[in-house]
Design a protein around this ligand. Structure first.
Ligand SMILES: Nc1ncnc2c1ncn2[C@@H]1O[C@H](COP(=O)(O)OP(=O)(O)OP(=O)(O)O)[C@@H](O)[C@H]1O
Length: 340
């Protein structure tokens, strides 16, 4: 992942799109630096694909300004098209052709000579782990192979900016992880990537910065770490067997956040053994009966829920999801990652 960025590669101001009465994008602002991997994270229908379609010149906006790779959308859409590659949610491949033929066709469409295109095609097949399958019809490929080939198609013409619209939707967890590795490799090459995703874990793994999109508005923006700071920090999570003990525990720990529905008390912790021991010895001295105890560290899922009030799509493996709302810590003073 590239971490030093200077020139802006994408600049969007006040982007609006409506369909009839329905406001799909409600004044979107985005600034993405050259070489940055930026994730637009939002649930179904939040406006991710609409944003990508407008930025890649496929769809007109109602208002706002867009600049991609130094080209203004209104004055120079062709300029934008010359510097971008787009991978959509549904692989745009010809199933009857082989992987190699698909790539050659793309090279021809991009007016890259047979020789240059041909050399590039072999490199791309190798880079995306498709050499062995190169001469088999795409109809025989797995979902993950199709996505890799689709990504390779966007690289035939070495774009400066790549839009990846939900690149791993529909893939099994292993293929998703394989594709993450491929995308991370691309990011190392210095290309700017705007990625849309419903998966918090995906944004966390791949992106330098994340914007949380909800109903056409960006509700928070920053690094994964910045966003996690928007919710309360780590907690010793105590769950009680009955309401009486829960009420007494809530009174015993005045700094804690109590959730009556789950008879759960989250006691803030600095993640040291000492605070855990203190919490447990107070439980013991008050003679309270615990059903469960665990350490909870905030996840992007908590951030998402705290900001939008609803859960995102189901996650890939290994992502913890809290079962109750986590209060947003509005007192955060970090310069980035502030709720908008
Ligand atoms: N051509 C259209 N006419 C009317 N409404 C549309 C049209 N295209 C999109 N929408 C609506 O705009 C909203 C945003 O759609 P968009 O596809 O941008 O969301 P998304 O975040 O990409 O969601 P998904 O993950 O489902 O693709 C949705 O409510 C969708 O129904």
């Amino acid at each position: 992942m590239t971490t030093t960025h200077s020139v802006n590669s994408i600049a969007v101001r006040g982007l609006r799109k409506t369909y009839g009465d329905k406001v799909v994008l409600d004044g979107l602002d985005l600034t993405i630096a050259a070489g940055e991997v930026f994730a637009l994270l939002g649930p179904n229908g939040s406006g991710k694909t609409t944003t990508v379609n407008i930025l890649s010149t496929l769809l007109p906006a109602d208002a706002g300004t867009v600049e991609v790779g130094g080209h203004d959308l209104e004055d120079d859409a062709d300029g934008i098209r010359s510097v971008i590659g787009v991978t959509g949610q549904f692989a745009a491949l010809d199933d009857l052709l082989t992987g190699r033929e698909n790539l050659r066709l793309m090279a021809d469409l991009r007016h890259l000579g047979r020789t240059a295109g041909g050399a590039g095609v072999d490199d791309l097949l190798a880079q995306f782990g498709l050499t062995d399958a190169a001469d088999k019809p795409v109809s025989t490929y797995s979902g993950g192979m199709k996505r890799r080939l689709d990504l390779a198609m966007t690289l035939v013409s070495t774009p400066d900016v790549i839009f990846l619209d939900e690149p791993t939707t529909g893939l099994d967890p292993r293929s998703r992880r394989d594709l993450w590795e491929t995308i991370a490799g691309l990011a190392h090459s210095g290309v700017t990537i705007l990625l849309t995703t419903q998966y918090l874990e995906e944004a966390d793994q791949l992106a330098d910065r994340i914007a949380v999109l909800d109903a056409g508005r960006i509700v928070a923006e920053g690094t994964a770490g910045d966003l996690k700071k928007l919710v309360h920090g780590a907690a010793v999570r105590l769950v009680f067997t009955d309401d009486t003990d829960f009420d007494r525990a809530a009174a015993t720990f005045p700094d804690a956040v109590a959730h009556a529905a789950g008879r759960r008390v989250d006691v803030p912790t600095d993640n040291t053994v000492r605070t855990l021991r203190e919490a447990l010895s107070r439980i013991e001295s008050e003679n309270l009966e615990l059903a469960d105890v665990s350490i909870h560290t905030p996840t992007l899922d908590d951030v998402f829920f705290a900001l939008t009030g609803h859960r995102p799509a189901s996650e890939g493996p290994g992502t913890e999801a809290a079962d109750q709302p986590v209060a947003v810590d509005q007192t955060t003073t970090h310069s980035e990652g502030v709720p908008r």
